[in-house]
Ligand binder design. Structure first.
Ligand SMILES: [Zn+2]
Length: 283
């Protein structure tokens, strides 16, 4: 789709599966299964890992990189990952974009389902997947990844981060603001320390890529937060701050992990903010 001067594509890197318990935190199964999916025989639900491709002028910008395909067969089975589909290189080729063309990558945070595609094996050496790109991360997120809480320690894998530092392709950003004209970073401290969400604005239109603050459309209600969140009350505060703004702007909100819905606009109801129009960024 077009959003003013920006060409946007939702990049399909396949489906993975996680236990629904931690995905919905304190919410009982009776409630989440109606809103999302009943779960498989192991109580796992299907999740997308859907980066956003943003093209304008001479820039090819990618927001997040999906799970990537460096997993062992055992890990791939555990997370229900199809290693062929989870390759960000193959996924981008479907949009006629080669890895060499990507100029900039905004990493919302360093959990493996967002940064797994950032590096690949070249023979047996780990290298950045995008040889000509700058990768952007928040300073406090990088520090957190180096010294994480026991809660999210297992989500940070050195193989996804170290090669970017070794090849001097990691740009460390300290705080919020406009990265490119019309593309702004908004910091979030609920899911993990200093996650960066992205707002895209052009010609009166607006889109929010909120990453794991609202991972699926089923997580719209304030109390529907993930057990994975490090600071759950902050997630609620952030949703309370963002929703009215998204609603006022009639902006599009992206659901990076929603296997069934790419994006939507919001309406108000007596139960709070709900989905107004369902939006497909890329068919
Ligand atoms: Zn995630």
């Amino acid at each position: 789709m077009k959003l003013g001067k920006f060409n946007l594509d939702a990049i399909d890197t396949g489906i993975f599966a996680l236990d629904a318990g931690p995905m919905f935190g304190v919410v009982p199964k009776a409630l989440w299964q109606r809103r999302y999916h009943p779960g498989d025989e192991n109580n796992r639900i299907p999740l997308a890992a859907r980066p956003l491709l943003v093209q304008f002028d001479d820039k090819v910008v990618l927001i997040d990189t999906g799970n990537g395909n460096k997993f062992s067969e055992k890990q791939a089975n555990l997370y229900g990952i199809d290693l062929e589909k989870s390759s960000i290189i193959s996924a981008l080729k479907k949009q006629n974009v080669e890895a060499e063309q990507v100029t900039d990558i905004i990493l919302t945070h360093l959990h493996f389902d967002h940064v797994g595609g950032a590096t690949i094996f070249q023979e047996d050496r780990l290298v950045p997947t995008f040889p000509n790109a700058k990768y952007y991360i928040q300073k406090e997120q990088l520090n957190w990844a180096k010294n994480p809480s026991p809660k999210d320690a297992a989500s940070f894998l050195a193989e996804n981060i170290e090669p970017l530092i070794e090849h001097a392709q990691l740009e460390i950003i300290d705080g919020e603001g406009e990265l490119f004209e019309g593309i702004s970073l908004i910091n979030s401290f609920g899911h993990t320390q200093a996650m960066q969400m992205v707002q895209i604005q052009s010609e009166g239109q607006s889109l929010y890529f909120l990453s794991d603050t609202v991972p699926t459309s089923a997580h719209l209600p304030l109390a529907f937060s993930m057990g994975y969140d490090n600071f759950p009350l902050k997630v609620i505060e952030e949703k309370k701050r963002l929703y009215p703004q998204i609603y006022e702007e009639n902006a599009i909100i992206c659901f990076e992990h929603d296997a069934f819905l790419q994006a939507a606009t919001l309406a108000t109801s007596e139960k709070g903010f709900i989905i107004k129009d369902k939006i497909e960024i890329t068919l």
